[in-house]
Design a protein around this ligand. Structure first.
Ligand SMILES: CC(C)(COP(=O)(O)OP(=O)(O)OC[C@H]1O[C@@H](n2cnc3c(N)ncnc32)[C@H](O)[C@@H]1OP(=O)(O)O)[C@@H](O)C(=O)NCCC(=O)NCCS
Length: 285
């Protein structure tokens, strides 16, 4: 069980000692001036904790010696890997060591749990956080893109290809087979933890083939995994997306964390996806 510790004068309390309402409030206070506004509600935090296997016992809240709240940082835990997320210090308390203390506390928790790999992402140009992670020994592993596509109505005509809808079990199977070094948000466990996962498989007469797995939310298609098995990846992806957006012509689409080197990426651009921002993925072994 994690206990309260003190690092560089900062008191670190297991986040499990706080209510979800308190954690939501702390998190929002740390992000009032964030580069990309991401306000949380209690329900969204609860969903986030579930989807990303955040372990509140090993996550931390920082206070000063008088109990005034300074910040928060959370730790997702999966087999042989951990993920640091939701790190923030309230603006008036920054540059006094709270961020580094929180990070050090999470790294100590990971070491105690004998986890060999700790992952995180930082929005590109968030220099203070990037510097902090470099200082603590994290190294850049990948650059990830966040893409958006607004609904365009029923104007797309899918090309003639043989296609098949994939149910949740078939879709999860494909994602599991691919699971290697995906960003945390797109790992098999993240798909497994959410509702409404399904997919599409396409084969064309020229033998090109591929699949697309995604989560369908009320107004949005999100959490994509895509693979071109045969043929030009950009063309296979584009054909898959034509079918997808023909089927769901009234839904927004949001792609979180596709690698800038993903061979499917040009297919997304061709389909009208637009880059919102980038994240740097960093690892510490
Ligand atoms: C990033 C953040 C958590 C840092 O917290 P902090 O308490 O101010 O950081 P610390 O005082 O512990 O600083 C530790 C190290 O971080 C780096 N750092 C922090 N602020 C920095 C700044 N403004 N410029 C450059 N480096 C900075 C430095 O390497 C610093 O070490 P140093 O003091 O030896 O130079 C804080 O700025 C924050 O909450 N930002 C908004 C939310 C956010 O960006 N979260 C991270 C999402 S990935």
């Amino acid at each position: 069980m994690s206990l309260t510790t003190i690092i560089s004068g900062v008191k670190l309390i297991p986040a499990s000692h706080m209510s979800l309402d308190e954690l939501t409030a702390i998190y929002n206070q740390t992000r009032v001036d964030y580069i990309v506004p991401m306000p949380m509600t209690k329900a969204r935090l609860e969903e986030y904790i579930h989807t990303y296997d955040v372990n509140l016992t090993h996550s931390l809240v920082a206070t000063d010696q008088n109990g005034a709240l300074l910040g928060v940082a959370m730790l997702g835990i999966r087999e042989k890997r951990a993920w640091i997320t939701r790190l923030g210090v309230v603006p008036t308390s920054r540059r006094h060591g709270a961020g580094e203390a929180l990070m050090t506390g999470l790294l100590e928790n990971s070491t105690r749990l004998e986890i060999p790999l700790v992952m995180l992402e930082v929005i590109k140009n968030n220099l203070s956080a990037h510097q902090l992670f470099l200082k603590l020994g994290f190294r850049e592993n990948n650059e990830l893109l966040i893409l958006r596509r607004p609904p365009t109505g029923n104007s797309l005509m899918p090309v003639a290809m043989e296609w098949k809808r994939l149910d949740r079990i078939e879709s999860l199977d494909l994602v599991r087979q691919e699971d290697g070094a995906q960003p945390w948000t797109n790992q098999y466990e993240s798909f497994q933890n959410v509702e409404d996962v399904s997919g599409l498989r396409l084969t064309s007469s020229d033998r090109s083939s591929g699949w697309l797995v995604y989560q369908r939310r009320k107004f949005t298609l999100t959490r994509f995994a895509c693979k071109a098995e045969c043929g030009a990846p950009a063309d296979v992806t584009y054909s898959l997306l034509l079918h997808l957006h023909h089927m769901h012509s009234n839904l927004d689409a949001q792609i979180e964390n596709i690698s800038k080197n993903d061979p499917c990426l040009p297919g997304f651009y061709k389909m009208g996806y637009i880059e919102s921002f980038r994240r740097i993925e960093m690892w510490k072994r």
